[in-house]
Design a protein around this ligand. Structure first.
Ligand SMILES: [Zn+2]
Length: 106
């Protein structure tokens, strides 16, 4: 079912930065788990940079099924009334994992 409210503009760059300026939220859905989550564009910019929102598709890990392939993102501009009851998932921290790699002496 097409979502007429979505601001998904194929071939017409709509970036996270534009969404941030306009005060959008980013709706991210996993088509596999049928889960919807809302994010602040500024948080996603910290992870992905100021990219076209379409580029997030397939790049964000679903926190439930740990898959990326079914994840779709779209910008939504909500009215104050629509925002009531929506819980936005905020970026708590970016963890940089230290991975140790060993190698035998030559
Ligand atoms: Zn999922």
């Amino acid at each position: 079912m097409p979502d007429t409210d979505g601001r998904r503009k194929r071939g017409n760059a709509w970036t996270l930065g534009k969404s941030h300026e306009r005060g959008d939220l980013i709706l991210i859905r996993c088509g596999h788990c049928n889960i919807k989550r809302w994010y602040e564009p500024s948080d996603l910019i910290r992870l992905f940079g100021d990219v076209d929102i379409d580029l997030i598709d397939g790049h964000m890990l679903c926190e439930k099924c740990r898959n990326k392939e079914f994840v779709r993102a779209e910008a939504r501009h909500l009215t104050a009334r629509e925002r009531v009851g929506i819980r936005v998932r905020r970026l708590a921290e970016i963890r940089v994992v230290r991975r140790v790699v060993w190698k035998d002496e030559e």
